[in-house]
Every structure is written in C-alpha cells, then in structure tokens.
Ligand binder design. Structure first.
Ligand code: JFZ
Length: 480
C-alpha cells in the first residue's frame, strides 16, 4: 500500500497537492463529528497552510514567579505553577496586582518575529490560571485591574498586523479562577447551574475576542481534555458554528471540541474535527503516512517543556540548528512549525530566545523560499536532509553533508526529469550527475557539491524540474 501510494505521488508530478485526503466514508452517523471530509480549500486556510513558520507567545502573571516560589524551584512548566502544592493559590491569584511590565513593547516583539521569518503568531489571551490579558467585561480578573491597565492583546494584534504577521489567539477553556469552572462533569443541580454559567462566560469571552480584535485569523484552543467540556459536545459544536459565522475564514484546530462519543481530534469515524490536527505538540511525525492527509501544526518549546517564563531552564535547550531542522521536518510533511517564546514579568524576551530568533532569521533571509508556500514532495527521504517543493522547484535542504559531496536522489520511473540544480544562496549552478537506474528502473542522480564549498549552516539546493509540480492535469492523467 505504502509503495503504491508513493508511486502515485511521484507520478502525480512529485507533489501531493492539494491533499492526499483518504476517502473515508462516515460509517457511524454523527451529529457532532467532522463537518467536512478532507482539507479546507478556501483562501484563508490556504494562507495559513503557506505560513511554514510561526511564533507562539506564552505570557501571563506566571511570568512574575518565573518557576520559583520563595526560592523553591518548580520542576513543572512555569505556566502551571499555580497547580503546585507549594504555591499558595491565594498568593497566585493576587500576583496580577503587581503585574506592571514596564519593558513590554509589542512593536519590538513583532519586529523580532518578523526578522525571524514568522508569518503568523499565536498569543495567550488567557491561560489555565484564568487571567485575561485583555480588559474582558465578564470578569474582574483582567489586565484592566492590574497596575499596567492597558489592553495587551490589542497592542500585540496591532503591532504584529503592522508587520504583516497574522495573529491567532490562544484561549484556554480551563479557567482555575472562575467560580463555575470544573474539570469533571457536574453531578449536583447546583454544580450544573454553575457550570452553565461558566459555559456562558466562555462563550461571551470568545465573542468578545472576535468583536474586539476583528483582524485575527484563528483561535488556538487549549484545555479541552476536561471531561466536563467533552460532555458538552453539542453545545461546543454550536459555539464553534456561531464563532465561524461571526468571523468568516476563522481557522480553528482540532483541540476545541469532541464528538458526541467523546472522541477528540479525530471523530468516531476517524475524520479530523475542525481545520487542522493539533496533536503534534512538541512532537513530529515519522512519516507523511502518520498524518491522515490533514493540515497540522507542531508547536515547540525551546527548552524541554517550558512555555511560560521559567527563570531557570534545566535540561537540554534547543539550538537554532535543531529548530531549523524541525521546521524542515514539519514543512516537508505539510505542517507549520511554531516556536514558543516566554517573555519575563517585565515583558522582555529572554536573551537566549532573542539569539535564537536572530539565528533562525539569518537562515530564513537566505533560504525562506524553501519554506513559504512549499509542500511535501513524494520522494524517498535520504540521509542528507529534507525535500520541500513548489511549482517546478524542489528544494533540497542539506543538514548532513555526505563525505563524498554527492547529494543522492531517486526519482521513480515515469517521474519528472531534473533540468538544473543550483545553490539557493548564490544561484551558483551545481552539476547533476545521471547515475543510471536501479533495479526498479528508478532514475538515480547525484548532485555534486563542489569540494571547496563551505557552509557552517544547513544549505539549500534548488532542483528545477521540467514540469509544474502542482499541475493537477498531470496528476489526473497519472492516476489513469
Ligand atoms: C497545554 C498547556 O497545558 C501548556 O501549558 C501549554 O499552553 C501548551 C501549549 O498546551 O499543554 C499540553 C496540551 C496538550 C498536550 C500536552 C501538553 N498533549 O496533547 O500532549
């Protein structure tokens, strides 16, 4: 099966575009499962799909303790510190009274994101602690009642939009501060009344966000693993419809709602719920076959598992090389890669993250053509790195330079013919050596890297091929 698919993709002109959506047929009738089979085809979703690289920002009052309480180190993710037994809840819930981030400058953040090459960003409007970075009318636990007072969400949306970066709003449906919130389904009548109040509160806040910030492109939901929320499948589904009706083109991932059987991300028929697969958190698929033909994003922390600001990072911290490699891994399998930042309590992005953003940006300045708008190429992965493709170009991003300087590739019988190859960085042409055919009659080629060529970073070779990879006619013909 895998082989047949592979061949089909190659005959298709190398790119599976627009989708390799499998023909699943709903066998279980569902009211609240997927409302669409296969990918969205509208312009807003296509825009999202082409981003390639994004930025996540986790910011809230948890940035003040920064993973420490009374000099004790919290070993969990900094934004979860309120749930720690050593953390007095009352003390946490009063931290906002000291939230006055003097150094916060959304324009500086946005400029840095732009220089990194991010096409979109995701911003935490409200994390599990319930603190709202916008002046919500529906609770007092907001930025308006902090000494800072000003609307942080507005500053972020405006500054990023000004840089041409799309904004998606992160929203946690877990709210540790709200009285009616609960993670387990209500049992008593009283609980139900309170939970209904919480649902109404959540709905009001989401409508408020879409009303206040009409330029946002999507909502990035979190916390929807709660049993109480899962139990409300019909209500959540209706809420989703309402939000979409309010905001045409809105992009919502699979971490928003469950179907009526409690299935999340993929419904009881195996169909993706909502617009893209949100299960690849700090994780990357091994193969395109792991993705069910879905759109997807990978959100990634810089240290092992810290989203909000933690004063003391322990364990392995990713380098820009690691992150660029992960980005290529994601984009080569049709995913977006999103790097997380956790500014401190003053609004400063920490020096380690600033450095990484600059390094990624330096690489993107030269090589972003291999990222933006590119898709999966159905060629067999080789040890040197990753393929991405667009139009009549295949980008070979080389992470492991072979000792003999030969970048090998294999194009199955009937596949496209390479015309020329050159370095993306300086357009200097490199030789394509026809290395005959293998026993399957597949064409083997070697691209010869000049021995004198040096690069201390992953580099990209562009391979121009004789036909447009997105040519759907070729695809149709190849299928018959
Ligand atoms: C959640 C949050 O709890 C966390 O603080 C952060 O905001 C992150 C982006 O999202 O954490 C999760 C959510 C889902 C998984 C793991 C951590 N998951 O599905 O594996």
């Amino acid at each position: 099966m895998k082989k047949t698919l592979f061949l089909l993709f190659v005959l298709a002109g190398l790119l599976i575009f627009p989708a390799n959506a499998q023909n699943r047929r709903a066998s279980i009738p569902l009211k609240h499962g997927a409302h669409r089979i296969g990918k969205r085809t509208d312009a807003e979703m296509q825009r999202w799909r082409e981003h390639g690289l994004g930025q996540f920002i986790h910011w809230g009052v948890y940035a003040i303790p920064g993973g420490f309480w009374e000099d004790k180190y919290y070993p969990g993710a900094a934004e979860w510190i309120r749930s720690w037994k050593e953390m007095p809840k009352d003390a946490y819930d009063n931290l906002y009274k000291g939230f006055n981030p003097k150094a916060f400058d959304a324009k500086r953040w946005a400029k840095q994101a732009k220089e990194m090459g991010a096409k979109y960003m995701i911003f935490t409007t409200k994390h599990h602690d319930g603190f709202c970075l916008w002046p919500s009318k529906y609770t007092d636990y907001t930025i308006a009642n902090s000494p800072y007072k000003k609307d942080i969400v507005k500053a972020v949306v405006d500054a990023y939009n000004k840089e041409g970066i799309d904004v998606h709003l992160y929203f946690s449906i877990i709210d540790w501060n709200y009285k009616g919130y609960r993670s387990a389904p209500p049992v008593t009548k009283e609980d139900s009344v309170l939970y209904d109040k919480f649902k109404e509160f959540t709905r009001n806040q989401l409508i408020e966000l879409l009303t206040n910030y009409p330029t946002i492109k999507g909502l990035w939901f979190d916390g929807s693993w709660d049993k109480a929320w899962i139990n409300e499948a019909a209500w959540v589904d209706e809420l989703g419809n309402e939000l979409r009706a309010m905001h045409p083109g809105l992009v919502i991932g699979s971490r928003f709602r469950a179907d009526e059987n409690g299935k999340r991300h993929y419904d009881s028929n195996g169909d993706l719920i909502d617009d893209y697969d949100q299960t690849w958190e700090r994780d990357l698929p091994n193969s395109i076959d792991d993705l069910n033909g879905s759109d997807w994003d990978c959100v990634m922390t810089v240290p092992q598992n810290q989203w909000g600001y933690h004063k003391e990072w322990r364990g392995y911290v990713k380098t820009s090389y690691d992150l660029i490699k992960m980005m290529l891994h994601a984009v080569s399998m049709n995913g977006n890669f999103v790097v997380n930042f956790g500014p401190d309590g003053q609004g400063n992005i920490r020096p380690e993250e600033t450095q990484l953003a600059a390094e990624i940006g330096e690489w993107m300045k030269i090589n972003s053509e291999a990222i933006y708008g590119t898709s999966h190429v159905g060629l067999k992965q080789q040890g040197w790195g990753y393929y991405t493709g667009k139009d009549n170009k295949i980008y070979l991003t080389v992470f492991n330079r072979p000792i003999n300087n030969m970048i090998n590739l294999e194009i199955p019988k009937g596949g496209v013919k390479p015309l020329k190859a050159y370095f993306l960085a300086n357009k200097e042409e490199v030789e394509i050596i026809d290395a005959a055919k293998n026993k399957h009659n597949n064409s083997l080629y070697n691209i010869a890297i000049p021995a004198g060529y040096t690069s201390d970073k992953p580099f990209v070779i562009v391979l121009e091929v004789e036909q447009n990879l997105n040519d759907k006619d070729t695809y149709q013909q190849a299928k018959t």
